[in-house]
Every structure is written in C-alpha cells, then in structure tokens.
Write a protein that binds this ligand. Structure first.
Ligand code: ZN
Length: 135
C-alpha cells in the first residue's frame, strides 16, 4: 500500500496540476511552513458561488507540492460549502484516520509517518480555507 501511495504523490509532484499564477484571482493566499521550508500560494477564481478555477505556486518538499496539486483538482468546480466541507474532512483526516471517501487524498495520510510532516500536507488546504473565509 505504501508504494501505491508513493506513486500517487510522485505523479503529482512530478506533473503538478494547475501550477502557475492566476492573475487578478479572487483568492490569493500564501502560507509557509518554516519547519520544512515549504512555500505555497493558492489562487482561485469564484463565479456564481462556485470555485471556477484553482491554481497554485510554491516550492518545498514533495508532500507539500503534491498536496497543493491534489487540492486544485479536488476543489475545482465545487461550490463554497462543498469546498469548505472537503477542506474540513481532509484536515480532520490528517489529524485522525484515513477516510476512504476522500479518494486519492488518502495517499497523503498513508505516506506520512511522523507528525511533523502533517503540516507539509495541510499547508495548501489551510491557505485555501483562509481564502474562502475572507470571501
Ligand atoms: Zn514539507
């Protein structure tokens, strides 16, 4: 199982989805993780109560960047409430136990062996939650 999770993460790390700045985005939130040196900025455009476009930029460890890439795929097209629900479910999973219904996101939970890496995985999600709250 561990190697399957690794493959999912490596795929997102090596071929990040929606990587790049969104100009004049409705949401632009930057967070860093000094424990590991990770930097992530998430961008989103909102239209009719939905997250129309999501993108990210950043650098850092494979977990932080893969997680941001997965976030963009996961939240794109969702309405605010759905997106907030998904973010909460993901953050809760990282604190507690794997949740089957979160699909490939489970790989992030499965791969992290030590608590100090959890912040790597939650960085982009915390940034997006913060961005949505401000809206
Ligand atoms: Zn990291």
């Amino acid at each position: 199982m561990q190697s399957f999770y690794k493959e999912i993460l490596l795929d997102h790390y090596q071929r990040p989805r929606n990587r790049g700045e969104l100009e004049n985005a409705d949401i632009e939130e930057h967070l860093n993780n000094p424990l590991c040196g990770d930097q992530v900025t998430v961008y989103a455009n909102l239209r009719n109560g939905k997250i129309e476009e999501v993108a990210f930029t950043g650098r850092g460890c494979s977990i932080s960047q893969a997680s941001a890439s997965m976030l963009t795929e996961h939240l794109s097209g969702k309405d605010y409430e759905e997106a907030e629900g998904e973010i909460e479910a993901f953050l809760e999973m990282m604190r507690t136990e794997e949740k089957e219904e979160l699909g490939e996101l489970v790989a992030l939970k499965g791969i992290i062996q030590t608590p100090n890496r959890i912040r790597c995985a939650t960085l982009a999600w915390d940034a997006m939650r913060r961005g949505l709250e401000v809206e």
